[in-house]
Design a protein around this ligand. Structure first.
Ligand code: SF4
Ligand code: SF4
Length: 323
């Protein structure tokens, strides 16, 4: 019975997203096949990792919706951290009082549930761009490539869908869970604190805490699968052992900080937003906005679409840890 409920819900969610994607007809059989394989329950690191990995591999909505229906994302890496890890309190103190600790977003979502920080785990994952998408942008120097913009837009929608799916499956398995970035409490960005524009929850900071990578000169997260990635996370009342952090310094994987060399992201940046002093968020946002007209008018993308990411491709940290 439980399997049936999960399966129906999955099909409903996925059919909706597939219909939006214009994929409903083509996707029917793969979707049904995948839904029947979906685990009834998750409850440990291995089952949660499989849940995420399988969805990325098999969901037809993992697509940039071009004529070839290419995938937006390659195989993910999954890591875990504890809700009472002091690093989350450090983030809050460093970034600003608006920034959520795991227990804060959990309590906002589940005010009726009594929980303590040490009962929570953060499930974080990184999604690498495919070689085809990276190669498309690598060739460009000023105008972002179509595949990259498609991945940013439709791949971003897929990430939201995946976040909801992971949280939903955990809840059905008996573990209250919330994906902070798609939580109804989340506000897009806050302009305050010493770092200027900042979100209430940073996927990259959750990934750093969960052993998945360190920051580069341009603020991107350098991971074992490189920096041409996106991250996502879910906070859940579940006890999963944390992934060891194989670094001590938050810039350990960047050649500029570790060895005083490279700076390729400075050269690649299309908006003069990266220098040897770091990343200028305002200049970066301004550059990204300049791509919106191109994305909408030239490529026929939906309203608000944009892309940039030159600093993530054609650099030594694009697809690996370079140090
Ligand atoms: S391109 Fe070089 S300097 Fe920039 S983040 Fe990567 S390793 Fe660091
Ligand atoms: S996203 Fe674009 S503007 Fe921003 S730092 Fe990277 S290359 Fe520069």
């Amino acid at each position: 019975m439980r399997l049936e409920v999960n399966r129906r819900k999955f099909l409903r969610i996925s059919a909706k997203t597939a219909a939006i994607a214009g994929l409903a007809g083509a996707a029917r059989n793969p979707l049904e096949a995948f839904a029947s394989e979906t685990p009834v329950k998750v409850g440990d690191a291995a089952s949660i990792t499989s849940l995420i990995t399988d969805y990325v591999a098999k969901a037809p909505t993992n697509s940039i919706r071009n004529a070839e229906n290419e995938k937006a994302w390659d195989e993910p890496l999954v890591g875990f951290s504890r809700g009472d890890d002091p690093i989350y309190q450090f983030y809050k103190e460093d970034i600003g009082s608006f920034y959520w600790t795991p227990i804060e977003i959990f309590k906002l979502t589940f005010p009726e549930i009594t929980a303590k920080s040490d009962e929570l785990s953060i499930i974080s994952w990184i999604l690498p761009h495919t070689e085809s998408i990276k190669a498309d942008l690598r060739k460009q120097t000023k105008t972002p490539s179509e595949k990259w913009i498609r991945a940013r837009t439709y791949g971003g929608q897929f990430i939201d869908e995946l976040c909801r799916y992971v949280a939903d499956t955990l809840i059905k398995s008996g573990y209250p869970a919330v994906a902070p970035s798609v939580s109804k409490s989340n506000q897009i960005a806050t302009n305050g604190g010493k770092y200027g524009m900042a979100s209430q929850w940073s996927e990259r900071h959750a990934a750093y805490a969960s052993g998945l990578g360190t920051f580069g000169l341009c603020d991107g997260l350098i991971t074992p699968k490189g920096k041409a990635i996106r991250c996502a996370s879910v906070v859940a009342r579940i006890n999963v052992p944390p992934t060891p952090r194989p670094y001590k310094d938050h810039h350990a994987y960047c050649l500029h900080y570790a060895k005083g060399i490279c700076g390729m992201c400075i050269t690649r940046c299309a908006g003069s937003a990266v220098s040897s002093s770091g990343h200028d968020k305002k200049a970066c946002a301004a550059q990204c906005m300049t791509t919106n007209q191109y994305a909408e008018k030239q490529l026929g993308m939906p309203k608000g679409a944009y892309g940039c990411g030159f600093c993530q491709t054609g650099v030594p940290c694009e697809s690996r840890i370079p140090v």
